[in-house]
Design a protein around this ligand. Structure first.
Ligand code: SF4
Ligand code: SF4
Length: 57
């Protein structure tokens, strides 16, 4: 499992970054990115994303 981020759906709102307990998400060069090594797959970012840009699979 890993969090996937669809950059075309991302609104750069920052909600997922605030919610992530392990600082796995960040905004770089106006693109949100997920660090797979830090992600604990809690799913919180998927729940808060307003545009369904994030998914766990
Ligand atoms: S699933 Fe959890 S740990 Fe992983 S990026 Fe989302 S909020 Fe962070
Ligand atoms: S919550 Fe969704 S739309 Fe907002 S920055 Fe994160 S991935 Fe992008």
């Amino acid at each position: 499992m890993a969090v996937k981020l669809d950059v075309e759906k991302c609104l750069l709102c920052g909600s997922c970054i605030e919610e992530c307990p392990s600082d796995a998400l960040s905004l770089e060069d106006e693109i949100a990115i997920v660090d797979d090594d830090l992600c604990v797959e809690c799913g919180l970012c998927v729940e808060v994303c307003p545009s369904e840009a994030l998914s766990l699979d």
